[in-house]
Design a protein around this ligand. Structure first.
Ligand code: UD1
Length: 429
C-alpha cells in the first residue's frame, strides 16, 4: 500500500488548481440512470471514488467513457466523461459494491424512478459513526414507494410509478435531499421538499437535472419544489469546484505560512471556513482567478468552531481545522454536530505531539509550539488529510499510511502540495 512521506517545515507558495467536487460528481453520475440519453460531465475529478462509482453504474447498464487528453490540456484539467444508461440491465446493487462507498446507495432513487423497483444493499457500518438511511427511505415512501428490508437489502417498489408528495426532513441530510430530488424529477405531479440540505452540491445536481428537462426550483435553499416531468433527456454539465479540497489547502497554507492562490474556486463556496481562518490570522483576498490565502510572520490564533450544515462550518473540514489548531496560541474548542464519532484523527494527531482532550461532541485543543513527525494512519478521508496538514509543520518525517483514503477524495495531493514547495512524496508499496 502506498504511503505519503512528508518532511515538515516548508512554507507553501504558488498556485493550487481546485478540482471538480467529489460530492457533486457522485450524485451527478448517478443521475445518468434517469435517462436513456447521454449525460456528459465536464471537470470530473480523477479520484478512486469516481472510478469505483463508474464500475457500480456499469453493473446497472451505464456505458462510461472518458475523453482522451486534448493537445495543450494541462494535467490539472478535470476529465470529461460520457455516461449513457440506454437500458437498465440490473436493478440490484449488491453488498460488495455498496459497502465500499456509501453514496452508491443513492442509485436507489433513479432505479426506482425509471424501473419501478430497486433492490439496494444497506450500506452497513462506516468509520465515521452510524450513518443510517432511514430518511432516504422515508423520502421514497412519501413519493408512493413501498419499502421492505429483506436480507440486508432495501427493496423498494412503485410499479405504477412515483407520485409527487411532501417530504419534510426532520434533520438536514445531503444524501436524503439528493435522493428526493432524483426520485421526484419524474414523479407524477409536484413535490415539496422542506428542510432540504442547502449544500452547493445539491444545487449543482438540481442544475444538471434542469438541463436534463426537470423542473426544480429553490435548490440551494431549504425549500425545494419539483414539478414532475414525463421523461428526462441527456445534457452537458460542468461539475462545480470542490469546496472541501479548497478549504483543505487553505488550512494547509494557514498552517505552514506562505501565499497560495486557490485557482478556480469562489469565496462564496467556502465563506464560513474562510471566516474561521481569518479569525486565526490568515489574510484572504478573492479575485477573478480564485482565492488567495496568505499567512506571513504572525502566529496562529485559537478559534472555536462548531460544524453545521451549509452554510455553516463543514464537517468535512473539521479534522483539517483541528490539525491547524494544534499549533495555535491558546485553546480552541471544536464541536462536531453532524456525525457521532468523527474524532478518529485525535489519537493520530496526538502521536505527532498535539494536546487534545475529548468531551462528548467537543475536542478541546491546547496549541503546542511544535509537532514532531511520526508514522500515522487514518480511517477516513478527511482525517487522513488532517495528518498531512500536521505533517507539513512537524519536525522531521511524518509517514501517512493507508493512502487509499486520500486517493478517494484528493486528486494528486502530493503533486499539488509539492509544486508549492512542500517536501512530500508518495512511496509506492
Ligand atoms: C454527505 C457527504 C459527506 C458529508 C455529509 C455532511 C457526499 C458523497 N457525502 O454525506 O462528505 O460529510 O454529507 O455534510 O456528498 N442521517 C440520518 N438518516 C438518514 C440520512 C442521514 O439520520 O437517512 C443523519 C446522518 O447520520 C448524519 C446527518 O444525517 O448525522 C447528515 O448526514 P448526510 O447529510 O445524509 O450525509 P451524507 O449525505 O451521507
Amino acid at each position: 500500500m502506498d504511503r505519503i512521506q512528508i518532511r515538515g517545515g516548508a512554507k507553501l507558495n504558488g498556485v493550487i488548481p481546485i478540482s471538480g467536487a467529489k460530492n457533486a460528481a457522485l450524485p451527478l453520475m448517478i443521475a445518468s440512470l434517469l435517462t436513456d440519453q447521454m449525460l456528459t460531465l465536464e471537470n470530473l475529478p480523477r479520484l478512486a471514488d469516481v472510478n469505483q462509482l463508474a464500475r457500480i453504474l456499469g453493473n446497472h447498464g451505464v456505458d462510461y467513457s472518458i475523453d482522451g487528453k486534448r493537445v495543450g490540456e494541462e494535467a490539472a484539467s478535470g476529465q470529461t466523461a460520457h455516461l449513457r444508461a440506454r437500458t437498465i440491465v440490473d436493478t440490484t446493487a449488491p453488498y460488495e459494491l455498496v459497502s465500499k462507498m456509501r453514496a452508491s446507495f443513492w442509485v436507489i432513487a433513479p432505479l426506482l424512478a425509471r424501473m419501478g423497483e430497486a433492490r439496494v444493499s444497506l450500506p452497513g457500518g462506516c468509520a465515521i459513526g452510524t450513518r443510517p438511511v432511514d430518511l432516504l427511505l422515508m423520502a421514497l415512501e412519501k413519493l408512493g414507494a413501498t419499502i421492505e428490508i429483506d436480507g440486508g437489502y432495501a427493496v423498494v417498489k412503485a410499479p405504477k410509478g412515483l407520485v409527487g408528495g411532501e417530504i419534510e426532513f426532520p434533520k438536514v441530510t445531503v444524501g436524503g435531499t439528493h435522493v428526493a430530488l432524483m426520485a421526484a424529477a419524474t414523479a407524477r405531479g409536484s413535490t415539496l421538499i422542506e428542510n432540504a440540505a442547502r449544500e452547493p452540491e445539491v444545487a449543482d445536481l438540481a442544475d444538471c437535472l434542469n438541463k436534463m428537462g426537470a423542473r426544480v426550483r429553490g435548490a440551494g435553499t431549504s425549500t425545494i419544489e419539483i414539478q414532475g416531468v414525463a421523461r428526462l433527456n441527456g445534457a452537458h454539465h460542468r461539475v462545480l469546484p470542490d469546496r472541501i479540497e479548497a478549504g483543505t489547502y487553505a488550512t494547509a497554507v494557514a498552517m505552514t505560512g506562505g501565499d497560495i492562490l486557490l485557482e478556480g474556486v469562489g469565496e462564496d463556496l467556502i465563506k464560513r471556513p474562510l471566516e474561521a481562518l481569518e479569525e486565526a490570522g490568515v489574510t484572504i483576498v478573492g479575485d477573478n482567478r480564485g482565492v488567495r490565502i496568505a499567512r506571513n510572520g504572525a502566529g496562529i490564533d485559537a478559534v472555536d468552531v462548531a460544524t453545521a450544515p451549509f452554510p455553516g462550518f463543514p464537517t468535512d473540514l473539521q479534522a483539517q481545522f483541528m490539525a491547524l489548531m494544534t499549533r495555535a496560541r491558546g485553546t480552541s474548542r471544536i464541536t462536531e454536530t453532524i456525525f457521532e464519532n468523527r474524532f478518529m484523527h485525535v489519537q493520530e494527531l496526538a502521536r505527532l505531539g498535539a494536546h487534545i482532550k475529548l468531551e462528548g461532541d467537543t475536542a478541546i485543543v491546547d496549541g503546542v509550539d511544535r509537532l514532531r513527525g511520526a508514522p500515522v494512519m487514518a480511517t477516513d478521508l478527511r482525517a487522513s488529510v488532517s495528518l498531512v496538514i500536521a505533517g507539513l509543520v512537524a519536525e522531521g518525517e511524518t509517514t501517512v499510511n493507508r493512502v487509499y483514503h486520500l486517493d478517494r477524495g484528493f486528486e494528486r495531493l502530493e503533486e499539488k502540495l509539492g509544486a508549492c514547495g512542500a517536501d512530500i512524496i508518495r512511496v509506492p508499496g
